[in-house]
Design a binder for this molecule. Sequence first.
Ligand code: 13P
Ligand code: SF4
Length: 314
Amino acid sequence: MVTIASPIDLESEIRRLKAERNAIILAHNYQVGPIQDIADYVGDSLGLSYKAKETEAEVIAFCGVHFMAETAKIINPQKTVVLPDKDAGCSLEESCPGPALAKYLEEHAEKNYYVIAYINCSAAVKALSDVICTSGNAVKIVESVPQDRNILFVPDQNLGAWVMEKTGRKMDLWQGACYVHVEFTRDSIHGIKEDHPDAVVVAHPECTYAVRMLADEVCSTEKMVHFCRDTPSRDIIVVTESGMLHRLRKEAPGKNLIAGPTDRCSCSDCRFMKMNTMEKLHDCLLHLKPEITLDEETRKRAEAPILRMLELSK
Ligand code: 13P
Ligand code: SF4
């Protein structure tokens, strides 16, 4: 790793390398503050996918987790896509390995499933799916499926259950979960509501039913920005990963944004999202590594359901 003298040097070196490489920096809402501040675009999985598809830069430095950078490579294969830390995974992706899904589909062939995969999954899982969704468009995607089809929703059981509540559509759910969002509990959210009786609660749909029931709004991270700006309430309890607070403080100044606590901690960090640092972003722009690569057959099969999603959610 290259050692840069001060944060100022590091920032200007990143900017210099970005220009030299003709790179764009895309960052998810859960990234650390300095990465969000230097990024060209900060957003949720859906917004990041659109940006990755339309960019004319030669290099995409993707500050998020592996499946997000992989999605960028799938839909824009001519670009060099780098991820500051190659080990930045996701517990949802881990919960649904491609071979396990292939076996399940084979064993339940009589169901002729229409497979909807939440974008938090590997290319191998996307390649076995009919359409992809994000938390920002899941309701719309599910509503687009013909009524006579059996739906298998993978891998997040909580997002899947929330979409069933919203649409009334029955689906079979893969039993995966986000290890960060299931840490929020009914008691931890009740406790913080007692401390802030006038606060409204906004929660991510990866939270459990018990937590979603306590929320005034359940939505994707990008929609949280709009909710926080638009709600007349000043106090807002934000029940999602802690990086979101940085984005919200910039976008909704004047609001009192309160991190949703877990039973153990006053906020909740995703250890995968937090693997990316400014130093690693610098190094990946310098060396163009770690680079995302994919075999062409898997890439092509994974691309079709993502393009279907982008078309359906326009
Ligand atoms: P969003 O698409 O809502 O940003 O969610 C991504 C994610 O990983 C949530 O844990
Ligand atoms: Fe995956 Fe959860 Fe981290 Fe999002 S917060 S990247 S779903 S582990």
